[in-house]
Structure formats: C-alpha cells, structure tokens
Design a protein around this ligand. Structure first.
Ligand code: NAG
Ligand code: NAG
Ligand code: NAG
Ligand code: NAG
Length: 323
C-alpha cells in the first residue's frame, strides 16, 4: 500500500496549500432524479465475487454476505477484493461510514491493476506502471463532513495527481449511499447516488494516463494518520475505535479478464457469455444531457479541490484540463 501512502501525503499537502479554495455550498440541495444505473444489475453477496484481502479477523459478513462490515482498530484495518479482474465495467457499492470522531480514517472503493493477479503471475507488473480509479472517503476531526476524493491513474502516472475533492450533500454515517464507477473505452465516471460528479473523457489529452489494464475491485478501511490530516497532526484516535464501515449492494458488471487467454470476455447478466458488453451501451458510453447538467450543478456547489484549478501545483496544467 506504499503507493497509497505516498499519494495521500501529497494530496493533503496540496490540500493545505489550497484551503482558501472553497465551494459556494448550498444546504438546500436536492439531488436531481437521474437514471438509476444502480438498478440495472444484480447485487452480489460476498461469496459471489469477493474474497478477503487483509485484516481477515476484522471482516464480518452480515445478512448472508449481502453486507460486509470492515473494521479498523489498533490491530489492523481490513478489506476485501474481487475474485476476478475486469477490463472495463460498472462497479457500485453502498457504504455507511463510521459515525463519530473519524480523523485519519480512510474508507476506499477503487479498482486497481496493482494487485492484479493475472498480471503479477505473468511478471508483467511494474509497480510504477499501474492503473487505478479511486473513490476515497476521508475522515476529518474538525469538520463534521467526510470528504470524498476521486483520482485516476494510467500507466503509473502517479506524479501527475489528478485528484478532485468534494463535500457530500448528506451525512454519510447515517445510512448507506451508493458510490459507483463507470470505466470503459469512452470515459470514466464517478457517481454518488446515481448523480455523476466527475467525468474523465478518454481523449487525446489524457492519452497514456487513461487506465487500460485489467483491474480488480477493492473495498477497504485503513489508517491514514501518517500522511492524512494536515501531515499527521490529527491522527486516528484509537480511543474511539473500532471504526466500522458497512459495504452492501455490491455490483460488478462488465468484462472479466480471462487470465489464461489474456483477453477480456463479457458477461451479460442472466445470459451467460455474450459479445454485447452491457457497460458499452449508449447509457454507459456517454452522459445524457440531464446527467451533464446534474454533474455541473453538483460540481459548482460541492467541489472543493480540482487539480485542474491548481496553478501552484501545475505551472503547465495537464493537457486534458484545457477543454
Ligand atoms: C446465502 O447465499 C447463498 C449464495 O451466496 C445462497 O446459495 C444461500 O441459499 C443463501 N442462504 C440463505 C439462508 O439465504
Ligand atoms: C456495521 O457497520 C455499520 C456502519 O458503521 C454500523 O452502523 C452497524 O452497526 C455495523 N453492524 C455490526 C453488526 O457491527
Ligand atoms: C465509444 O468508444 C468506441 C470505441 O472504443 C466508439 O466506437 C464509440 O463510438 C464511442 N461512443 C461514443 C458515444 O462516443
Ligand atoms: C508507460 O510508461 C512507460 C514508462 O514508465 C513508457 O515506457 C511506456 O511507453 C508507457 N506506455 C504507454 C502506453 O504510454
């Protein structure tokens, strides 16, 4: 997880530099009623597609594996990972975050090629060449709100951090909310409760930094003290442990990666093998006008950091910023 530590440290450093950059937030936000992509696919139980990745004694299955509680305590964080790798897909989970003091606690939902077994067994993996699409929820001491951070890497483009950070319009510790990632050859989209909050188009601008390796899905909780929260000033306080996050409504739909043949094969729910990749359909290839408007409005109100608006960090902005 060293790569995670590196980048989070950097992000918090940048965040402290840019803390003057605030959103014009509205407390009277009603999310638009957009297409419910999360209603299109079956929800998976733990043993229908996942396995423990670390901190096994801190993972608890509930409701026959429909929900998974992952705990961070003094002994360990914990997490689980998809059994398969995917080459494009739609990934969703509902998360309820730990209530109370949460400084330094990080809850993450991400796809990454870093631990991709198919590549590793082929010894093709270069730790600095990996692809990743991140949703990270960052606990905070002083603000009541958790912060949602998104990031995207291709081919190990870690030096060019492409972070964007957002406030949420709800208290994420009260109930479960849906967090989703669309990833295909056209674009990558981050969504919260079916509202798109960020779109990264697979354009010439971003070219080789666009994720194009098979990736596995990870759900984790871990201690971000060393680098998060003002450079370690407000570490995880284990007086308030255990910190428990609940994951449910797990959905993974798209092209699984065939490790033997090293090709993607696409499965459409209920129909077995199919050449039609359900995430390449029109509604996954581009955002509708309504979705675009919903996204623009959300970003205007709730975005608190974008690398594209950080000239102190990038004297020359990454090419995809100049749209
Ligand atoms: C639990 O889930 C499995 C599928 O993962 C299913 O086969 C089994 O019948 C379920 N058990 C109960 C009690 O619902
Ligand atoms: C699972 O985690 C959620 C979120 O922290 C919590 O509300 C719930 O009580 C937990 N359930 C158990 C059995 O630990
Ligand atoms: C999505 O990308 C594919 C090629 O990967 C292209 O054929 C298709 O036209 C694109 N769709 C949209 C809506 O841009
Ligand atoms: C990926 O990065 C390596 C250097 O780390 C470079 O040699 C290679 O050309 C890159 N691949 C692509 C597709 O840009």
């Amino acid at each position: 997880m060293a790569f995670l530590q590196e980048k989070v440290l950097f992000v918090w450093f940048m965040f402290s530099l840019t803390s003057g950059f605030t959103s014009s937030r509205s407390d009277h936000y009603t999310p638009p009623n957009l297409k419910h992509l999360t209603e299109l696919f079956p929800r998976l139980k733990f043993n229908q597609g996942f396995k423990e990745s670390f901190g096994e004694s801190n993972i608890k299955l509930m409701d026959n594996g429909s929900f998974v509680n992952v705990t961070l305590d003094k002994s360990s964080g914990s997490g689980f990972v998809s059994q398969d790798d995917y080459y494009y897909g739609f990934f969703n989970t509902a998360i309820k975050l730990p209530a109370g003091f949460s400084s330094g606690v990080v809850v993450a939902f991400y796809v990454s090629s870093f631990f991709s077994l198919s590549l590793m067994s082929n010894s093709e993996i270069f730790p600095h060449n990996h692809d990743e699409i991140d949703i990270e929820l960052l606990g905070h001491q002083n603000r009541k709100e958790w912060i949602l951070q998104t990031n995207i890497y291709g081919n190990g483009s870690i030096k060019t951090g492409r972070e964007e950070k957002f406030h949420l319009w709800f208290d994420p510790t009260e109930q479960h909310h849906q967090y989703s990632i669309i990833w295909n050859s056209n674009h990558t989209v981050f969504l919260v409760d079916n509202v798109p909050i960020r779109e990264v188009t697979h354009s010439e601008g971003i070219s080789s930094a666009y994720p194009l390796k098979p990736m596995s899905l990870h759900c984790t909780i871990w201690d971000g003290s060393e680098w998060a929260t003002n450079g370690g000033k407000d570490p995880v306080n284990y007086k308030y442990a255990p910190f428990v996050a609940s994951f449910g409504d797990m959905q993974m739909e798209g092209c699984k990666w065939d490790k033997t043949k090293q090709v993607p094969f696409c499965v459409k729910s209920g129909q077995g093998l199919s050449i039609l990749d359900p995430v390449e359909g029109e509604e996954f290839a581009k955002l509708s006008q309504e979705q675009k408007m919903g996204m623009d409005d959300y970003r205007k109100r709730f975005m608190i950091y974008s690398y594209c608006k950080d000239p102190r960090r990038y004297k020359v902005l990454p090419p995809e910023c100049n749209r």
